[in-house]
Design a protein around this ligand. Structure first.
Ligand code: GLC
Ligand code: CA
Length: 559
């Protein structure tokens, strides 16, 4: 019997490379994570999602796997992992792993065999095509630059790589390949892990025509999401593997809309438990072209999140997130990086954590960490950012250097990958050696040591939000109604469950804003607020309206 425990769970994402370095080589590692389990437990979360720690040549920081059942030596050993899992379980923390099976590394033994000759039994584990008129099979552009096709001299054919040439796409059409993946999943689940985050999973079924792979010209994204056999593959994964374990799964599903999510994350349990949508993060232009200085528009953000809340209600389950290892920091994006940093971080957390779904907190988000003040290309480590700079500035000269550096400082994935800020010691207490990527110079002001001891910290505020989710059924089960949908600065919504109601009010601006209280809240009780001036009158509101200060947030209950 499935318990659906993940409906009340909160997940904490760790990017191992940047979390805690236990041996001074500048790279975060498994023993570093184990040493911080107490901190994670104290926050109140239930599940840890580990970004990849498998053996990898690290062209994409582990999202290019060369052995799915081994640990990359710079992160430690399998013994270290077993110890981490045991310690985490001892504390009541679950661990889910990142499963990257749209592609492998080009150093995976499957690929090394696959490319040797046309008749190799592993040839069909990847997607090989003949060139067309002396060039690649079609004109698709890969996510991380260049063609999606890489020519391989040994056999004179091209292989498909939707991300980078170091990440050849696996051929899910091949039943042997699918069986290998099921075996890998069972191997980890039998070890006792508690589920998977499935990387780029909406891309695994490639376009078909007359039953064969087919790659027409055009914009790759038009062809690559939710391919013809996608739901068959995921249902098979469920029946072959997942249904035999009481675990959670979350799919990273580029291109997904609520109408797809109700299939991918159907409440009937036939596929995944939930998916990550990208609509909310693409509002700053990244869907079409990431390198701009466009901002997220609040009215659009409200429309997107409301559509997801309402269309999935009773049909599927939402994931909730502001941050992950592919996104810049949310306070830099939608909050204030100066004097109101903590207040705005709490407002953003309030806005998300009263919605229906499973919240994901990305390391450092609970401290209100900010983007890194990148100035120079030499400070970047991420292949996506570096490749884009080389292509757009140096080769194609489409963007002036100064503009591109400004866009990268706003949008680069490296913003979330700078080391976790533990304390005010050198390197923020992350490492005794030289960190693989710079530490944000603001660490003496923003660090965990300060926040776990300070009652009004962002960390303590997250603790409270997490506890509300555990104790209040309305957060898990209540319905969702957006109010003031056209207001450019206010995000106001109501949750209802039986006779209980919650009113969540958030001010995304630097100005005072007024919310007229709906019926039922005129004598409402304040559940939580980030604004001390509100807490005076016995935590009851006795007026018809509330005044929210800059980045203020206030949650009322009618109880
Ligand atoms: C996902 C990961 C990202 C990675 C890409 C290729 O989007 O989140 O970090 O680069 O897949 O695996
Ligand atoms: Ca290390």
């Amino acid at each position: 019997m499935k318990t659906q425990w993940w409906k009340k769970a909160v997940v904490y994402q760790i990017y191992p490379r940047s979390f805690c370095d236990s041996n001074g080589d500048g790279i975060g590692d498994i023993n570093g994570i184990t040493s911080k389990l107490g901190y994670i437990k104290e926050l109140g979360v239930d599940v840890i999602w580990l970004s990849p720690i498998y053996k990898s040549p690290m062209f994409d920081n582990g999202y290019d796997i060369s052995d799915y059942c081994a640990i990359n030596p710079e992160f430690g050993t399998m013994k270290d992992f077993d110890h981490l899992l045991e310690q985490a379980h001892g504390l009541g923390l679950k661990i889910i792993m990142d499963l990257v099976v749209n592609h492998s590394s080009n150093e995976h033994p499957w690929f090394l065999e696959s490319k040797t000759n046309l008749d190799n039994p592993k040839r069909d584990y990847y997607i090989w095509q003949e060139g067309v008129r002396g060039g690649p099979p079609n004109d698709w552009k890969a996510y991380f630059g260049g063609s999606t096709w890489t020519y391989d001299e040994t056999t004179g054919q091209y292989y498909l790589n939707c991300f980078s040439p170091h990440q050849p796409d696996l051929n899910w059409e091949n039943p042997d390949l699918r069986r290998e993946i099921h075996n890998i999943m069972r191997w980890w689940l039998d070890k006792g892990i508690d589920g998977f985050r499935l990387d780029a999973i909406s891309l695994i079924s490639k376009p078909l025509a007359d039953g064969s792979l087919n790659f027409p010209n055009g914009e790759m994204k038009e062809f690559i999401f939710h391919g013809p056999r996608i739901h068959e593959y995921i249902k098979e994964m469920r029946s072959e593997v997942l249904k035999h374990y009481d675990v959670m799964t979350v799919g990273e599903t580029g291109g997904v809309r609520p109408e797809h999510a109700v299939i991918y994350a159907n409440a009937d349990g036939s596929e995944l438990d939930m998916v990550f949508q990208f609509e909310q993060v693409e509002l700053d232009g990244s869907e079409t072209f990431k390198w701009t200085d466009q901002n997220i528009n609040l009215v659009e953000l409200k429309e997107v999140l409301t559509r997801w809340q309402n269309q999935l209600f009773d049909h599927a389950w939402n994931s909730l997130y502001w941050c992950n290892h592919d996104q810049p920091r949310i306070v830099s994006r939608l909050g204030d990086s100066g004097a109101l940093r903590e207040k705005s971080a709490k407002m953003l957390a309030t806005c998300l954590h009263f919605m229906q779904g499973t919240p994901f907190i990305y390391q450092g988000e609970e401290l209100g960490m900010l983007n890194y003040p990148f100035k120079d290309i030499s400070e970047y480590r991420d292949l996506e950012s570096i490749n884009a700079y080389n292509a757009l500035v140096l080769e194609e000269k489409r963007i002036a250097k100064e503009d591109m550096l400004r866009f990268m400082a706003l949008k680069s994935r490296d913003n979330s990958r700078t080391p976790m800020q533990w304390n005010e010691k050198p390197n923020a207490g992350f490492s005794a050696g030289k960190p693989w990527i710079n530490v944000n110079p603001n660490y003496s002001e923003i660090n965990a040591e300060d926040q776990i001891h300070r009652e009004d910290s962002v960390y303590k505020y997250y603790q409270k939000l997490i506890q509300f989710r555990k104790t209040m059924d309305i957060i898990t089960h209540g319905d969702f109604q957006l109010l003031m949908s056209e207001h450019p600065d206010l995000f106001v919504y109501m949750r209802k469950f039986n006779n209980e109601m919650l009113l969540v009010t958030c001010n995304f601006s630097y100005e005072e804003r007024i919310v007229t209280l709906p019926e039922g809240f005129k004598t409402g009780k304040i559940l939580i607020t980030n604004d001390e001036t509100q807490v005076s009158n016995e935590s009851r509101v006795l007026t018809a309206e509330i005044v929210l200060s800059a980045f203020g947030a206030l949650v009322l209950t009618n109880q």
